[in-house]
Design a protein around this ligand. Structure first.
Ligand SMILES: [Ca+2]
Length: 374
């Protein structure tokens, strides 16, 4: 049979499973969780097993709206209007916790008046009233061994629900919450950036790599410059989740060496105006000055001159500087000669002493044998 529900269009079917167990399923035609219940009463543990066998699990209520909705689609039970729901606690002081997601939501008006009262000391399971009375939709803690109608849910999200996102279930819908960089109802489409923004710079080139698709999220474009040119920004351009490139394209600027200072008492001139790569600057000294150092420097590919700037020294200061050095050299030679003379004299004197000693002492004669005259 078919019937209309307050929310959406529901199809109610009477099914026979294993030729034994009758149950009713009310399936919302829209996506999202569907709710199901048994016409047979079971204790809480059996009820959960039944839910897990035929559906996903026992009902987990996530908010008041869902609580009200589930009550609205369940048929009123006149004699025993109680359905098990998937919230329990382990001991008398335990926290009421939903199975499956471990949520502890209990709302502000969920419990019936004076509940939970743990009336039988071990009321660790929860039933929901589905009747036309004042307690409709309220909860009561109850002994888990009591028999009630199971109410279950069946999840619609599965591993393939969303390509690049997380499947989120609500009462009547499933939504794919997409990862950054993806869009579409199943997050199946990667976002793209404007490929025309990737321009090739003068004196340079660009190379792009693509992770998900051409000029799409996470595509990366690395720029490079010809020799003698330098990038205005070295990091690559990346396509972001907002469909914008991470930066403006860089440019290639000429490598430039630092300014050269004019040497004291000299000049220089360069082959180019801007001290760019391969520019050579030549130095001259004014008349009467002598250049010390290399007469030319060249701007290298890294923006560094090939050597230090030369200096221009006055001839006379060079002469005096040379004279002092010569004087020092002469004095050094004299000292060395004096030392050598002293050494020679001492050796000669020792030779003669040795010879005279051998005349008297035989043991010393062996040491001085080669010095003894024939
Ligand atoms: Ca109770």
């Amino acid at each position: 049979s078919e019937c209309r529900r307050r929310r959406g269009y529901c199809v109610c079917n009477l099914l026979l499973l294993h030729n034994r167990l009758k149950f009713i399923t009310c399936q919302d035609t829209s996506l999202g969780w569907t709710y199901h219940y048994s016409k047979d009463k079971l204790n809480w543990t059996e009820a959960r097993e039944w839910c897990r066998k035929y559906y996903t699990d026992m009902l987990v209520i996530q908010n008041q709206e869902e609580n009200d909705y589930v009550v609205s689609i369940l048929p009123n039970q006149t004699k025993s209007p109680y359905y098990w729901i998937g919230i329990t606690r382990n001991h008398i002081n335990g926290t009421w916790t939903w199975i499956g997601n471990n949520s502890t939501w209990v709302g502000e008006h969920s419990w019936a008046p004076n509940e939970p009262n743990n009336n039988d000391i071990t009321e660790f399971c929860v039933e929901i009233y589905v009747n036309s009375g004042a307690n409709r939709g309220k909860w009561n803690d109850e002994k888990c061994g009591s028999k009630k109608f199971p109410v279950c849910y069946e999840a619609q999200c599965n591993a393939t629900s969303c390509d690049r996102g997380r499947c989120q279930e609500t009462i009547e819908n499933t939504t794919c919450i997409c990862e950054p960089g993806f869009k579409g109802d199943r997050c199946q489409t990667v976002v793209e950036c404007d490929k025309d923004k990737i321009t090739v710079p003068s004196n340079g080139s660009v190379e792009c790599t693509h992770q998900y698709g051409n000029f799409s999220y996470n595509s990366s474009c690395q720029y490079s410059c010809e020799e003698g040119y330098r990038l205005s920004m070295s990091r690559p351009l990346t396509c972001t989740a907002s469909t914008k490139w991470s930066d403006q394209p860089p440019t290639c600027k000429s490598v430039e060496c630092p300014s050269l200072l004019q040497p004291d008492n000299g000049n220089y001139s360069c082959s180019g105006r801007n001290r760019t790569f391969n520019t050579t600057c030549r130095f001259d000294c004014h008349p009467g000055f002598l250049m010390i150092g290399s007469p030319a420097v060249t701007c290298g590919v890294t923006g560094v001159w090939s050597g230090p700037r030369p200096t221009c020294a006055k001839m006379t200061s060079l002469f005096f500087s040379g004279y002092k050095q010569a004087l020092l050299a002469v004095a050094g030679c004299g000292a060395l000669s004096t030392f050598c003379c002293i050494c020679c004299c001492w050796m000669k004197r020792r030779k003669s002493q040795c010879y005279s000693i051998t005349l008297h002492r035989k043991s010393d004669a062996r040491q001085c044998y080669f010095n003894r005259p024939q």
